[in-house]
Write a protein that binds this ligand. Structure first.
Ligand SMILES: *Cc1c(COP(=O)(O)O)cnc(C)c1O
Length: 363
């Protein structure tokens, strides 16, 4: 394939074309360095001029308060499922979780390895088609945190309002919502996100953590590499960081800032998702099972009447250069992930394909 298609993958996912072109321009010889970022030592001025501005730009575009640290860590979001409990709680402590999807369930399971993990709310019995309302009285008074998954990538739901947690600190996995919708950092003790959804290529997670949320007397068993303090003290460079991924994320952060910041991204994502949801809601064959107020503006899920229809539709979409529209293997159906890098033109092509399919066309 020599032409770029519209890629609706949930992750790794589409990146802004301008960012790829900038990376291409500097790929072989990064200005001032005489080598590629991929060949660059992380202990150089050149790399400092990549990682620190990237972090600062993220601070600006997310309005991250000064009493929060920003870390670039390896192991993706899944490593955070294990890492944040070790840094915020002692072994055996009570840890509250809201289970609103597959990743939320994985985080909950991982929490059980460390503490007394409690599921305080779940939407599983309704196939994760809504976000349960969580109020302070549902939480354990001695819970070290409540963990939520801000945007549920597989099921296409999102918290459009954060739960009221009172004195219990809020921890959120915002992997598929970060930079795509406004997130009030100050309402969280900790936010983490795998970057391959909406920030860059795979290989890292961003962790935004309130300094005083981290335990000072962290348990002895916690390995050096898994202590946030280790990475805070070394500016995320205790060991070799994923230099290329950090560089690419920095370009994406600049792109977001240049294009109006997160507020503008959210506006565009609302418009893009509305094109699809409006079509689905007025269609006789496409259906979205999610409670309307909880619909994600990043991942739009939809089903067709039969498996044959789904197959035929996906083949038609692929034939038109609209790839990875297939739903997650757990839920089947279809899913269009429309992160920041997906232009409205791509969404409109998908909508056209859906309308044509409903009219009876098959290619
Ligand atoms: C993709 C995803 C994950 C897993 O991310 P990895 O970086 O692959 O570990 C976790 N949570 C959410 C919400 C995701 O979308």
């Amino acid at each position: 394939m020599e032409e770029r298609v519209y890629n609706f993958s949930a992750g790794p996912s589409v990146l802004p074309l301008e960012v790829l072109e900038q990376a291409q321009k500097d790929l072989v010889c990064y200005p001032g360095a005489g080598c590629s970022v991929m060949e660059m030592s992380h202990r150089t001025k050149s790399f400092e001029n990549i990682i620190f501005p990237a972090r600062d730009t993220l601070r600006r575009i997310m309005n991250i308060p000064d009493d929060y640290e920003v870390l670039f860590l390896q192991g993706g979001a899944s490593m955070q499922f294990a890492q944040f409990p070790m840094n915020l709680a002692h072994q055996g402590d009570t840890l509250d979780y809201a289970v609103t999807g597959q990743f939320a369930g994985n985080a909950f399971k991982e929490g059980k390895h460390w503490g007394k993990a409690v599921c305080v709310a779940s939407s599983e019995y309704k196939v994760f088609s809504y976000i349960p309302r969580i109020t302070e009285d549902m939480l354990d008074s001695d819970a070290r945190f409540l963990h939520i998954t801000g945007n549920n990538t597989i099921f296409g739901t999102a918290y459009h309002e954060l739960p009221q947690t009172g004195s219990v600190p809020l921890v959120a996995d915002w992997s598929s919502g970060i930079l795509g919708m406004n997130i009030d950092v100050s309402k969280h003790a900790l936010i983490y996100a795998g970057v391959q959804k909406n920030m860059g290529p795979a290989g890292m997670a961003v962790v935004i953590v309130k300094k005083d949320a981290i335990l000072e007397d962290i348990d002895d068993v916690v390995p050096t590499m898994l202590r946030y303090k280790t990475m805070i003290d070394k500016d995320s460079m205790f060991n070799t960081p994923p230099c290329w991924t950090i560089y690419m994320c920095g370009l994406v952060f600049d792109w977001v800032e240049r294009n109006g910041g997160v507020a503008a991204m959210e506006k565009r994502n609302r418009e893009k998702s509305a094109v699809l949801y409006d079509l689905i809601d007025s269609s006789e064959i496409f259906n979205n099972p999610v409670v309307k107020k909880d619909r994600s503006i990043m991942n739009v899920t939809f089903t067709l009447p039969t498996d044959e229809d789904t197959k035929a539709f996906l083949a038609m979409a692929t034939g038109r250069g609209l790839i990875n529209v297939k739903g997650h293997r757990l839920v089947g159906g279809c899913r269009a992930s429309i992160y920041n890098g997906m232009p409205m033109a791509g969404v409109e092509k998908l909508a056209e394909c859906m309308r044509d399919f409903e009219k009876g066309m098959r290619e």
